[in-house]
Design a protein around this ligand. Structure first.
Ligand code: HPA
Length: 253
């Protein structure tokens, strides 16, 4: 039984130290996931890795088949998902190169296939989403970061925007007034679908840039890419510290 999956975003399309066992092409009732699932061992634990944007990074955030991705992972026995993604920093302490483990989400996306509860229902289902992330998985990441003395921000509200364009400065002002501290394009519906499938889910955000209007001038892709290199190196260390501590019994929802 595979317990843990890592969904990698921009800047994390492979896991260097993953000892790959095999790749599995999956089909689901919702279509194909972003890529074949990569089964392997990381720090002696069975892990499945899935690059959210496909192996060649060809799938933009609004075109990711989130339903197929989560369904495929659940199908092979995954109980817990650590999602890694690049974000823009809104709050003053959310500086490029740092990591954040958010504890709340506001969903601004639209027209994405965002639920499994669509047809042939015997009753209407409303999942509880008061705390969108698994507290046990969040603590695992936070404790591991403390142990590594990483500059990590232990909380914050993730604004999920539609993309693929970045936001206007006024949109970021509005997100800040709403209480958001970071902004990204892939956090939803991924988190909600994981909850619908009763999988634990936590998000490790890598701050790649200051959000629109928070820095001087325009947001450059070069800056984003440079910050992601440093940030993702920290993510790899964090995962390799966290995974050996994973106690499957205590880490769900
Ligand atoms: N906005 C939305 N998504 C992002 C950003 C941003 O500034 N940076 C990285 N992903």
């Amino acid at each position: 039984m595979i317990e843990l999956a890592i969904i990698g975003g921009t800047g994390l399309t492979t896991l260097n130290n993953l000892e790959i066992k095999h790749r599995e092409v999956m089909r689901t009732p919702y279509g194909e996931p972003s890529a074949p699932l990569v089964h392997g061992k990381l720090c002696h634990q069975d892990v499945v890795f899935l690059p959210r944007h496909g192996h060649g990074h060809t799938i933009p955030p609004h075109m990711v088949n989130y339903r197929a991705n989560l369904w495929a992972l659940r199908e092979v026995g995954v109980r817990n998902v650590i999602s890694v993604a690049a974000v823009g920093g809104i709050r003053a302490d959310m500086l490029p190169g740092r990591l954040a483990i958010p504890d709340q989400i506001i969903d601004y996306t639209w027209s994405r296939r965002h639920t499994y509860f669509e047809s042939e229902l015997s009753h209407v289902t409303h999942i509880d989403f008061t705390r969108p992330y698994s507290e046990a998985l969040r603590q695992l990441l936070i404790d591991s970061a403390r142990q590594l003395k990483l500059q990590i921000i232990e909380g914050g509200t993730y604004a999920a925007t539609q993309g693929p364009r970045l936001e206007t400065a006024a949109e970021i002002d509005r997100l800040e007034r709403d209480g958001c501290s970071i902004v990204g394009m892939t956090g939803m519906p991924e988190a909600a679908l994981a909850r619908e499938l009763e999988m634990g889910y936590a998000h490790c955000a890598v701050i790649a840039n200051l959000a629109a209007g928070r820095g001087a001038g325009e947001i450059s892709m070069d800056d984003i890419e440079n910050n992601l290199v440093t940030g993702m190196e920290q993510v790899r260390c964090l995962l390799e510290t966290a995974i050996p501590k994973l106690d499957s019994a205590s880490c769900t929802l």
